[in-house]
Write a protein that binds this ligand. Structure first.
Ligand code: SF4
Ligand code: SF4
Length: 246
């Protein structure tokens, strides 16, 4: 049995900015509308998203016997100005950095656990939301109370039980009638209503970081060549001093 407070203390010591712990079970459709997103074909050419939907919804399939998902966030600076390279890509290879910190945390905890960063089929932002680290904004990104969306995510999925589990943050309106990200997207990629969903085929970030094909002519890149920060820059929770609204 892992002491949750000790896990969080060691996570901060390993260099992460925050840590939350969720019980490993299945994400509800209301938490993560993966099936509806796939049904709409909004995964564009990301065929891999269709391959393991159950695994993405349930980490006990990824790690048989999993009981806990230890979620961590690592904050990075917002972009100085829009265009060019998105903020997340301007920092040193975060995959390597986060993974080495997860290995360190696992070692200090002395447990068996699978470290996950981005390429593993786990719904990282939805698990971070389940672990109380933030909530899913209309732009489909995790919004944290302290750093807004400017965070990278990682997880340790482990068969260990923890003494305490975190709860998702209460709704408190959050996106309400805001929709600034919807308006800010030059290609209308973000669903204006219903559960947060994004049409990857309309997204600059998808076309410049994931797709192997040239950016379609009808996609307005607004000067971005790798990623896109526009919906994040529009989000009031990313404006300094605005965290009081949360
Ligand atoms: S990343 Fe850019 S293109 Fe993609 S949804 Fe956000 S604003 Fe639209
Ligand atoms: S810009 Fe507004 S609608 Fe979009 S995620 Fe932020 S608060 Fe929600």
């Amino acid at each position: 049995m892992l002491n949750s407070a000790e896990v969080k203390r060691l996570a901060l010591e390993a260099g992460f900015d925050d840590c939350g712990i969720a019980r490993a079970d299945r994400l509800e459709d209301s938490e993560y509308p993966l099936r509806e997103w796939l049904r709409r074909g909004w995964n564009a050419s990301m065929g891999y998203m269709e391959r393991n939907p159950d695994m993405r919804l349930d980490p006990r399939i990824l790690v048989p016997g999993a009981r806990s998902v230890i979620c961590v966030v690592s904050a990075y600076p917002p972009p100085a100005s829009p265009g060019g390279t998105a903020a997340f890509a301007a920092i040193r290879d975060y995959h390597t950095e986060l993974k080495s910190r997860l290995f360190l945390l696992r070692e200090r905890l002395g447990i068996q656990a699978k470290p996950c960063v981005d390429t593993v089929p786990i719904a990282d932002k939805y698990w971070a939301a389940r672990a109380g680290l933030g909530w899913i904004g209309r732009h489909t990104l995790l919004v944290t109370p302290r750093w807004g969306t400017w965070v990278n995510l990682g997880e340790l999925v482990t068969p260990e039980e923890c003494t305490d589990y975190d709860s998702p943050l209460p709704p408190r309106g959050r996106c309400d009638a805001c929709k600034r990200c919807v308006t800010a997207c030059p290609n209308h990629a973000i669903a204006p209503d219903g559960p947060p969903m994004l049409d990857a085929s309309r997204c600059i970030s998808f076309h410049t970081t994931q797709s192997k094909l040239p950016v379609p002519q009808d996609i307005d890149t607004r000067g971005y060549t790798f990623g896109c920060d526009l919906c994040q820059l529009a989000c009031p929770f990313n404006q300094s001093g605005d965290t009081a609204r949360i």
